[in-house]
Design a protein around this ligand. Structure first.
Ligand SMILES: [Zn+2]
Length: 439
């Protein structure tokens, strides 16, 4: 197990930004309706109150400054059932201010490598094919296609990250993707046999321009694959802490199908993956392409979503109460532990931890500190709650009674690596899907 495996997402290395930088760079978009169908948004999915941007870790000299907070109020569209957040954060902020270096995560690299072999086999990708990745980052994935002598192109808006990709032999266009970029490429004879995007669809404010661009860039017989967190898993496993300002949309298969269909694209296969608490990998083709029949995996998942109520408003409106109850239970546990004189520390400083702690108002009154393996975060403070972040050694030094695991998706690894806390009777606490103490 390497330290890189402990990063909870491909995003971990961030440039230093002050709260004032954020105020300057974040713009309120005042979106008036559903980002897909334009219907008026009137139904709350969940309101997590005001929260700072989840990745804006503070250095000590920023603690006494103003800190921008934005509503984390999620709506569900009653017409298309797209669960969505208003875009308070501009795409420029998300994609250029944060330097994402996917290659820092070993588990994510293994995922990318396996994907490459599967796609080469399935779609007969070779030296005469063309593979394009949207939000291609530092070329962590396309490098595996390039190794197999497959012509590739990355499209990545962050210039510094794109430069790393180019260095490792992955040609990269520094641009935001949409219909305009797609048309430029198609006009110059560049269309993709395989067009992919992982964890980008949720972060696109103008989803119609983005999916419309994919229609233009895809070769007539080509295939698109996209990975994104699955709404059903978020709701059933109570993963409300995966809601951040940088994630604008939360998709069911049914809604994703609707969005692609509106742009002349058909979902013909789907895989359910364990990544990010439960993701979907969808396979998409042109509606005109009859060479790729729809698999039973699509019809099965569609049927499961319908029977689970994803086409009815009542199913969505239950979620908010479930979230409130989770907060009450977690606070109840923490209050009792503190009354009993227990010491509680956190483990990890992931984005999802910041949503959880800000929503539940858990500060140093409950958590003495948290630890993280990423050296960038050491000596910094969590946004909003100002919980200090230390290197993991701090746990041995202070011997907390409870270790609250914030990146719950990695709880098995974390409990294994920190099993030494049992030497002094320490116990692990996992907050999601609901608070649970591991003896
Ligand atoms: Zn809608």
């Amino acid at each position: 197990m390497t330290s890189a495996m402990m990063t909870e997402s491909p995003a971990d290395q961030k440039r230093d930004i002050s709260p004032q930088d954020l105020c300057d760079k974040v713009a309120v978009a005042n979106q008036s309706g559903c980002r897909f169908c334009g219907a008026k948004l009137e139904h709350t999915f969940v309101d997590l109150g005001m929260s700072p941007l989840c990745e804006s870790y503070l250095s000590a000299d920023h603690l006494n400054q103003m800190e921008p907070f934005y509503p984390l109020h999620v709506y569900v569209c009653e017409s298309c059932f797209l669960v969505q957040l208003e875009a308070y954060v501009t795409p420029e902020h998300i994609f250029t201010n944060y330097a994402y270096f996917s290659s820092y995560s070993d588990s994510w690299l293994a995922h990318a490598k396996k994907y490459t072999s599967e796609m080469v086999e399935r779609f007969d990708i070779g030296a005469n094919s063309f593979v394009v990745e949207l939000a291609s980052n530092d070329g962590y994935l396309l490098q595996y296609f390039a190794e197999k002598k497959v012509p590739v192109l990355g499209i990545e808006p962050a210039a510094n990250v794109a430069a790393v990709a180019v260095e490792r032999g992955v040609p990269t266009l520094v641009k935001f993707f949409g219909q305009e970029t797609a048309r430029e490429l198609a006009d110059s004879g560049k269309q993709a046999d395989l067009l992919l995007g992982n964890n980008v669809l949720a972060q696109v404010p103008d989803i119609n321009d983005f999916v419309g661009g994919m229609k233009i860039l895809l070769k007539p017989g080509g295939a698109i694959t996209m990975e994104f967190p699955h709404l059903q898993r978020l709701m059933e496993e109570n993963q409300f802490d995966t809601i951040y300002h940088e994630h604008f949309s939360y998709f069911s298969l049914l809604t994703a199908e609707k969005i692609f269909a509106a742009h002349g694209l058909t979902l013909f296969d789907v895989e359910e993956l364990p990544t990010h608490g439960g993701s979907l990998r969808i396979f998409v083709r042109h509606v005109e392409d009859s060479s790729k029949p729809t698999t039973s995996r699509v019809t099965d998942l569609r049927a499961r979503e319908v029977s689970a109520g994803y086409t009815k408003m009542e199913s969505y409106s239950r979620f908010a109460e479930q979230v409130k109850e989770t907060k009450r239970k977690l606070l109840e546990f923490l209050i009792h532990a503190k009354r009993d004189g227990k010491k509680i520390a956190g483990y990890g400083a992931p984005g999802k931890g910041n949503t959880l702690l800000n929503y539940c108002a858990i500060r140093t009154d409950f958590l003495d500190y948290t630890v993280d393996r990423n050296p960038y975060k050491h000596g910094r403070f969590l946004p909003g709650t100002h919980v200090p972040i230390f290197p993991p050694d701090r746990i041995r030094e202070t011997k907390p009674d409870f270790l609250l695991i914030l990146p719950w998706n990695l709880k098995d690894e974390i409990m294994k690596q920190n099993s030494f806390i049992r030497e002094w009777g320490g116990k692990f606490v996992v907050p999601i899907p609901e608070v649970h103490v591991h003896e």
